[in-house]
Design a protein around this ligand. Structure first.
Ligand code: MRU
Length: 361
């Protein structure tokens, strides 16, 4: 079912006036804003199974590392509610749904992180009566969602302290409320700086080929009346050279143990430009984005998406039929180019040799 203004059976957990994903606990449905249609259309869909949620992640109805993690957690809560048989059947159902969800997209580690956390909870509650274990799985998914919003708030406050008064901030892709449980990581820093009265303005890279910057970041900032201008990715060098950019903040899909940062394709270009022009290049991400099992950026799987996302914009054909295109969806910025990473646990400075290990608990 699709709706323009879905009525949820409780207040959304997102702290924005819109949300990427929420659970409707009475209907027991996952409700998602279709981000493929923004900004032209606001349409929410309802899903009833982990398979439908996994497909929505693959199809980019929902995207952004923390948001797909929250979605997967809710997908497993749906399965837990529907499965009324014994502990063994429950374990099998959750196992199969987990494999489906974890395989939906490869790069953002938040997806696997959320599935694994739900899996731990599932094994703790498997032998409880069916309604109790379903309640426990729902509570765990909601905790993942609430903790993500709180993490965004915390890293936003920390990052905002580093933003110079009156700065023009460059950001790439969309790391806002739409990409998280609500509020945003990189946009959380920008929102917190704005809320602190720092008089900031934003240059949003359009973010070819999927245009998350043009379609989503600009739309979000406009909702909050934060001044924003969209530029094509190729214009960034020009604005750096003219000293029109004082600060860069982006999100991340996976941070390796050595401090290398994986994010949307084109982020590495921005980091090289920032270094050349002496501008701080910073990253905001929750701890669920840190992958200490991944020694360096070279070990991060990079998603290859379809040729058509490069060869077309909507119905408009840009590249002639049969001409191949390349489409890595992410790139890795080496630690030496990353000035500071903000998390809810504190920050570290990869360019000075800092790594996430300093914040490990
Ligand atoms: O392909 P997407 O749109 O899921 O990629 C999203 C990004 O690269 C974001 O910058 C990243 O997930 C951080 S979101 C808080």
């Amino acid at each position: 079912m699709s709706e323009r203004e879905p009525k949820l059976s409780r207040e959304p957990l997102s702290e924005a006036s819109y949300y990427a994903v929420e659970l409707d606990p009475e209907a027991f449905e996952v409700v998602m804003l279709d981000q493929r249609l923004l900004p032209a259309e606001i349409l929410y869909h309802r899903y009833r199974s982990a398979a439908e949620v996994a497909q929505s992640i693959k199809d980019m109805v929902v995207r952004g590392a923390p948001a797909i993690g929250v979605s997967a957690a809710y997908g497993l809560a749906l399965e837990a509610r529907a499965e009324r048989r014994d502990a063994e059947s429950f374990g099998r159902t959750i196992g199969a749904a987990s494999a489906l969800l974890a395989g939906a997209r490869p790069t953002a580690v938040n997806l696997v992180w959320a599935v694994e956390r739900m899996g731990v909870r599932a094994s703790q509650v498997a032998s409880l009566p069916a309604p109790d274990r379903a309640d426990a799985m729902q509570a765990e998914a909601e905790a993942i969602h609430r903790e993500d919003v709180a993490a965004c708030r915390a890293m936003g406050r920390l990052g905002a302290e580093r933003v110079p008064e009156g700065a023009t901030i460059l950001t790439h892709c969309n790391a806002g409320a739409l990409a998280t449980g609500g509020y945003g990581t990189a946009l959380g820093v920008i929102r917190a700086a704005h809320e602190a009265g720092k008089n900031v303005r934003v240059l949003a890279d359009e973010t070819r080929p999927y245009l998350q910057g043009a379609r989503l970041t600009a739309w979000e900032l406009r909702q909050d009346e934060i001044p924003v201008e969209v530029i094509t990715d190729s214009m960034a060098a020009h604005f750096f050279k003219r000293r029109e950019i004082q600060f860069v903040v982006v999100g991340s899909d996976r941070i390796a143990a050595n401090g290398d940062v994986c994010n949307k394709i084109g982020t590495y270009n921005v980091a090289v430009l920032a270094k050349e022009h002496g501008v701080p290049f910073t990253v905001a991400a929750p701890w669920s984005t840190v992958d200490l099992k991944c020694p360096s950026g070279d070990d991060i799987p990079i998603e290859e998406r379809s040729r058509d996302e490069v060869a077309r914009v909507g119905a408009q054909v840009l590249v002639g039929d049969g001409i191949p295109c390349r489409h890595p969806a992410f790139d890795v910025t080496p630690a030496r180019l990353v000035t500071e990473v903000f998390t809810e646990r504190g920050s570290f400075e990869p360019a000075k040799g800092g790594t996430p290990r300093a914040l490990e608990r």
